[in-house]
Design a binder for this molecule. Structure first.
Ligand code: SAH
Length: 342
């Protein structure tokens, strides 16, 4: 039995096996890994790809992550916060396109995020058939609870790296992996469908770090896993570091699909920003979600997590997916079973 078959069968591999899958130059093995991952996605989702409307709520952020273009020390961007009216307009447009999940993402700003409690309630009232996903960073437990109470269904909070010493190289000292993980546990406790994940090829990352990430993801069993390559942003401390590898990102999609067959795994914007056809390549490697952008154009231009960020248009993506033999499924697409939580 080869490593790919072993991973398919056991939903896991010893560290050495994972290391081999991540780094091997054996193209036949890599092709088999992608093929099995796509087959596993098809067993659960057929040829359907879930669609989530991404609304970049605000680039105002209290944090100073060394990799991120909306860090508070970046004075080269104009800060914005979408108004209630603008947010509802974005949701309305996505809803008109048939999309039944709205993702509100933004910098970490607990004061302004407080205002989202009422806005989430409004969205849920106006669109009771739709899910709301939030991605707003580390907030006080009471605020998470209030947002959940208002009707938010899901929360994305990437752990970024599961190795504390690596975490400390990517973030200023007031931030900690411990707090990030506490937030993830809190979110799960509140009943959010929860997403975690990391950047691939962030500065100082080693294969051991990625193996630790896979171990953490496998043990937490999130409903969603978001990962994309690190991409430099020129006005940050990591502005001159090289971007992460697309191939490694694709291998990680595949490995995670085989570890957690039912997870929602987006082919992320970062991947599409560094290779042509990134979303299709992501899907072919086991991803099953795409997040087209519904942020008003002028605002979205200021949401510069990294340079040359692509903007995914729903109609364009739909045409491309159809041409590649997939169908879009714009329904809520909730995590199917909660078998992991028994
Ligand atoms: N502030 C929120 C969400 C916004 S950032 C939070 O902390 O969760 C969303 C994600 O973008 C981050 O989790 C990070 O993994 C990713 N990101 C930020 N800067 C990036 C960069 N330079 N390259 C690639 N991804 C980046």
């Amino acid at each position: 039995m080869d490593l790919v078959d072993e991973l398919v069968q056991k939903r896991d591999l010893p560290d050495e096996g994972l290391r081999e899958l991540l780094s091997s130059s054996d193209d036949v093995m890599a092709a088999k890994l992608f093929k099995r991952a796509r087959e596993t996605a098809a067993e659960h989702f057929g040829r359907e790809i879930y669609i989530r409307a991404l609304i970049e709520w605000s680039n105002s952020c209290r944090n100073d992550c060394y990799y991120c273009g909306i860090r508070r020390s970046n004075h080269a961007i104009e800060r914005y916060i979408l108004s209630e009216e603008e947010i509802l307009q974005c949701c309305g447009q996505a809803h008109e396109d048939g999309i039944r999940t709205f993702v509100l993402q933004g910098g970490e700003n607990p004061v302004k995020a407080g205002e989202l409690v009422g806005i989430v309630a409004l969205i849920k009232k106006k669109y009771p058939d739709s899910a709301v996903t939030l991605s707003l960073g580390e907030l006080p437990a009471e605020l998470y609870a209030a947002l959940r109470e208002a009707g938010a269904d899901r929360y994305l909070l990437r752990h970024e790296t599961a190795t504390p010493s690596h975490y400390a190289k990517l973030h200023p000292k007031e931030m900690s992996l411990e707090n990030r993980l506490e937030c993830l546990h809190e979110l799960r406790k509140l009943g959010f469908q929860t997403g975690m994940g990391m950047m691939v090829g962030s500065p100082f990352q080693t294969p051991d770090h990625l193996i630790a990430d896979l171990r953490l993801i496998r043990s937490f069993r999130p409903e969603m896993v978001g990962l994309g390559p690190f991409v430099p942003q020129k006005d940050t401390p990591f502005g001159t570091y090289p971007a992460g590898s697309a191939d490694l990102t694709l291998r990680l999609y595949a490995i995670i699909r085989l570890m957690l067959p039912e997870a929602g795994i987006p082919a992320t914007t970062a991947l599409s920003s560094i290779i042509p056809n990134g979303h299709i390549r992501g899907i072919e490697s086991g991803a099953n979600v795409i997040m087209p952008n519904y942020t008003p154009l002028s605002r979205g231009k200021q949401y510069v997590l990294y340079d040359n960020k692509s903007r995914q248009d729903f109609h364009k993506i739909k045409t491309e997916l159809n041409a590649a033999g997939y169908v879009v499924n714009p329904s809520r697409g909730d995590f199917k079973t909660n078998q992991y939580h028994v």
